[in-house]
Ligand binder design. Structure first.
Ligand SMILES: *Cc1c(COP(=O)(O)O)cnc(C)c1O
Length: 229
């Protein structure tokens, strides 16, 4: 609890902080240009609380339903929490997502752009959104086609959505670096600074290639018990 107001140590969090600082330094960047999104999907409130007690405030979830069950109570205790939606989002969950999340990383198609734009107007709440790009051109994966990025960005803006940048999840089991580099180039070409890329296994590479938001789960919380997308 926050009774003493003292921040508790959290070794994994501290170690990731050191790695972020080191990678940023190597890249000639400042560590505070990189936001650590602690991915708390599948974790209970009791598992999340130690990070909050250590002072961490930025969290990511991949399911609206799960986030809606955990976070309103935690936000009541820690009102300055910043909640990021990082998972595939269905248009029929747009209202809930706009109400609950402060950033959305997974906007990738026109139907979702329309649903989010409408809800943002309706709720007068405008969480910035990343356009998710299918950077490895994998048929089963979310994200818009690489060639469609400029057009999709225009659609987001036309719908009144604040564009935070680009997001991608590179193909599993491959060297992520060329994909990170490609996403960074796409962002540059489109005049964007925000880059949501890098997970537990590759966030240091992502930072060296310009990541502004890394999404880290297992390196903070340990392995997840259930398999999920
Ligand atoms: C689960 C997830 C992460 C975190 O993955 P870890 O390997 O546990 O760090 C990052 N991004 C997305 C989109 C995820 O679904």
């Amino acid at each position: 609890m926050t009774v003493t107001g003292k921040k508790l140590e959290n070794p994994p969090l501290d170690e990731i902080g050191r790695k972020i600082a080191k990678s940023a330094k190597i890249a000639g960047r400042k560590a505070d240009e990189v936001a650590l999104v602690a991915v708390s999907k599948t974790r209970s409130s009791d598992e999340i609380r130690p990070l909050l007690e250590s002072g961490h405030r930025v969290f990511g979830e991949n399911r609206v339903q799960e986030a809606a069950e955990k976070w309103p109570a935690l936000k009541a205790e820690y009102p300055d929490v910043e909640l990021h939606m990082i998972g595939q989002l269905q248009s029929n969950k747009a209202a809930e997502a706009v109400a609950l999340f402060d950033y959305i990383h997974s906007v990738d198609r026109m139907s979702l752009v329309k649903a989010l734009g409408k809800e943002m107007d309706h709720q007068d709440r405008h969480p910035p959104c990343f356009l998710q790009v299918n950077i490895g051109e994998e048929s089963q994966k979310g994200g818009c086609e690489i060639a469609a990025v400029p057009q999709m960005l225009q659609h987001l803006r036309d719908a009144g959505i604040k564009v935070a940048g680009l997001m991608a999840v590179p193909p599993e089991g491959t060297n992520a670096m060329p994909y990170f580099a490609l996403l960074a180039k796409l962002a540059r070409d489109n005049g964007l600074d925000g880059l949501s890329m890098g997970m537990s296994g590759d966030f240091e590479k992502a930072i060296k290639l310009g990541a502004t938001h890394i999404r880290v789960g297992t390196a903070l919380f340990g392995p997840r018990e259930t398999s999920e997308s």
